[in-house]
Design a protein around this ligand. Sequence first.
Ligand SMILES: O=P(O)(O)OC[C@H]1O[C@H](OP(=O)(O)OP(=O)(O)O)[C@H](O)[C@@H]1O
Ligand SMILES: NC(=O)CC[C@H](N)C(=O)O
Ligand SMILES: [Mg+2]
Length: 502
Amino acid sequence: MCGIVGIVSHQPVNQSIYDSLTVLQHRGQDAAGIVTIDDENRFRLRKANGLVSDVFQQVHMLRLQGNTGIGHVRYPTAGSSSVSEAQPFYVNSPYGLTLVHNGNLTNSKELKEVLFKRARRHVNTNSDSEALLNILAYHFDQIDKDSLTPEDIFTAIKATHKEIRGAYACIAMIIQHGMVAFRDPHGIRPLVLGKREDSGKTEYMFASESVALDTAGFEFVRDVEPGEAIYITFDGKLYAQQCAENPQLTPCIFEFVYFARPDSCIDGVSVYAARVHMGERLGQKIAKEWQDLDIDVVIPIPETSNDIALRIAHVLNKPYRQGFVKNRYVGRTFIMPGQAQRTSAVRRKLNTISAEFKGKNVLLVDDSIVRGTTSEQIVEMARAAGAKKIYFASAAPEIRYPNVYGIDMPTKHELIAYNREVDEIAKLIGVDRLIFQDLEALTLSVQEENPTIKDFDCSVFTGLYVTGDVTQDYLDNIANLRNDSAKKKRAKDATNLEIHNE
Ligand SMILES: O=P(O)(O)OC[C@H]1O[C@H](OP(=O)(O)OP(=O)(O)O)[C@H](O)[C@@H]1O
Ligand SMILES: NC(=O)CC[C@H](N)C(=O)O
Ligand SMILES: [Mg+2]
């Protein structure tokens, strides 16, 4: 679940892109990168492993000259965490192209073979995004003109849609032409368009989430439609066209549960409001099914579940207390790259206020239970703080299937709910009672904000993949490639591919 941003402006963009990436940091903590185009039509790049504030020092900001640029924060779902797979990616031909990608392609292996056979194009890393850029470059090449019209751009995107599979929200820049943003035909990953008027001129911005537009001072215009491409020339003209044959919006439901920031609005849905609805529905389920329970207090597991837990407390008419304090210097644990790192981070991240637990029956609330890394430790901490009984509510249903569209959950075996019923999961995490939201209640919570969304990608709950082409062979393959030890080895190998850009 990476974060992407692109700005076409009339003034330097380095600081605005940097600021936008800092508010998209929750979508990727492993690497960050920015490319700008300077006034001699050269790309200027800085990318490295780490948080935005670590990656860009003053020397890099000075390097990132120009009035147009794109940026990326990475949460790897293909290849490894190595800097060689950090984004933006670049190819010099045709024109000079650079791209950022949020999502995950499910046919990148085939694409790499096709690229070599058909175009003698070599993809140097295991990144699906590098393959994607090369496919796009190949289709631009086929147009075979010195200068591309908007129609030519859309022709290349149409051909790209036909070849690539999976989830992709992308922003690309073409030297001496413009910036193009496009979204997969299912709109699995979010992408929004914003604009700003400055001295009589219009500037445009694309971003994964609307919160980035707010920060950079751009006004929200609309979401990029599934399958659509929006092309903005460097002199500020906007062209848009539907480029997919059968577009149908089925966004990833997990964006609303966990990934997106509550102050973002994506696909017409206020993420905050959707989470409040989740709390409302889960609260009602608890009130109905747990009439016998004597809950003293409702406590969220910070941070994403805070708004959900507050609503549950309201529905149950119980006090809401912040029993856990979050260390503001530890990031999100779920998107950390290895299990050992995730486990150790939970303890550093959260600590109890014992008085809120001592002698009480507590209802702990989280947005989701995925591997159980958080819940197992949190429950231990609540017991150590003196809780009498511990009840646990999850605003998402049981997660039992891998994700292939940009969430790094490659194997069902790592999921605590896989092959287990609620009582068994309750035992494993050590709670007295456990309750999960129903899937229908979850989807309704989001649809309440935008009833025109008819369906979602709910594959982590159902095992049904909206693109309809995910085979067992593919799932077996990613399970082999992306387990913890395989990832470690690949990261080590890929480090040798690092390009020098200090
Ligand atoms: O069952 P698990 O595998 O632990 O995954 C689920 C947990 O991870 C996430 O929190 P995270 O710490 O990533 O971020 P947050 O601070 O936004 O809640 C999520 O909010 C759950 O708390
Ligand atoms: N989570 C994402 O969007 C990841 C993008 C891309 N698949 C990568 O691994 O770099
Ligand atoms: Mg959490």
